[in-house]
Design a protein around this ligand. Structure first.
Ligand code: P6P
Length: 332
């Protein structure tokens, strides 16, 4: 019996009391937005949506047309439902207020509408990452402060992968479920429940071109992996780097591994490459719910106190035993 996303959410709400009707609506609307993004991406060169938008985002990065299109899809899909107090996006400097003509809800939605967009023009998997927080009582959702909560406060998180299949991976704090888009029916169907990341692995993911810029603990860890069977680890390791966080994380969710975007000399002044609020926190919530671990090297990512909406952090996540080893090397 096929369990669609809607049925799974109804069960989480009615049988397990894990979510309420507003959060269920929020997740269903986000899933629908991801379907629209998948359609836009799927058109590729035929839809006139490839290439640069001719604008820069708050990070000073050139926006792709699809970055802007995906962001618009998220805003339009989510502002009328009455489930949100506000939204924040990698593509917008300030939070997006819900227009007065719509009712306000209790949740805050943070998202990277299209992560890995540098891969779009070369037809490599990209994705959407989202995180859900409660809006604090009396907080003004048009200012950053309402959003600046540690990752432990997330009530839901997920990502969509736009690849050979379109997947939605979701946690509401009750384990991790994976849904595959049935393109004929247009519905997400549960294809894996209670995803678990193996605690050990033989596969690591890092951009090796930054090796000379890494801090000593990361260099030590990676050099030990490269030393293989003859080295201190006593086994050979394999490497994968898609350079699309959603694709790299989904591989780890599926077969284990360790993903690292550590601090390096080039990005030290920015605090890291990946953003805490809508990349590291949602992915860390999902990874921990699947029995994995996620650290900056010095601190559990979900405990990091945010100082800004677009704050960056080093990210080391995946198979628990490997992540803990890297954290231990940072203690030495
Ligand atoms: P690099 C994509 O631009 C991204 O934000 C993540 O999805 C990905 O893991 C990382 O940057 C890739 O960075 O330095 O290898 O291009």
């Amino acid at each position: 019996m096929r369990r669609t996303l809607s049925r799974y959410l109804i069960e989480e709400q009615r049988e397990k009391g894990k979510i309420n009707a507003d959060l269920r609506l929020l997740i269903e609307v986000v899933a629908r937005a991801c379907k629209s993004i998948a359609v836009a991406i799927g058109k590729g060169g035929l839809g006139g949506v490839l290439g640069e938008a001719g604008s820069d985002n708050v990070q000073g990065e050139a926006q792709k047309k699809l970055d802007v299109i995906s962001n618009e899809i998220f805003l339009e899909a989510n502002e009328w439902g009455g489930h949100l107090a506000g939204m924040a996006s990698e593509e917008m400097e300030l939070p997006h207020a819900i227009p007065n003509r719509y009712p306000q809800g209790e949740y805050l939605l943070l998202f990277d509408p299209l992560d890995g967009s540098s891969n779009i023009d070369i037809n490599v998997s990209v994705g959407t990452i989202f995180s859900v927080l409660r809006c604090p009582e009396g907080a003004d959702p048009t200012t950053d402060t309402a959003f600046l909560q540690p990752g432990t406060k997330q009530v839901a998180a997920g990502y969509a992968v736009y690849g050979p299949t379109t997947l939605l991976v979701l946690t509401v704090g009750d384990g991790v479920a994976c849904f595959t888009l049935d393109r004929e029916q247009g519905s997400f169907v549960l294809t894996q429940e209670n995803m678990q990341i193996p605690e050990d692995t033989k596969e690591f993911a890092i951009n090796m071109s930054n090796l000379r810029h890494w801090e000593a603990p990361v260099r030590r860890y990676v050099e030990e992996l490269l030393a293989g069977k003859e080295g201190p680890r006593g086994k050979d390791f394999n490497m994968r780097w898609v350079a699309s966080m959603v694709a790299d994380v989904h591989r780890i969710m599926t077969r284990g591994g360790i993903f690292m975007y550590p601090l390096d000399a080039k990005i030290r002044d920015k605090g890291g490459k990946l953003r805490l609020m809508y990349e590291a926190n949602p992915m860390s919530f999902i990874v921990e719910q699947a029995g994995g671990a996620a650290t900056t090297g010095r601190q559990r990512i979900l405990d990091v106190p945010p100082t800004g909406l677009h704050m960056r952090v080093p990210v080391i996540l995946g198979s628990k035993n490997e992540v803990e080893r890297v954290a231990a090397y940072h203690q030495d």
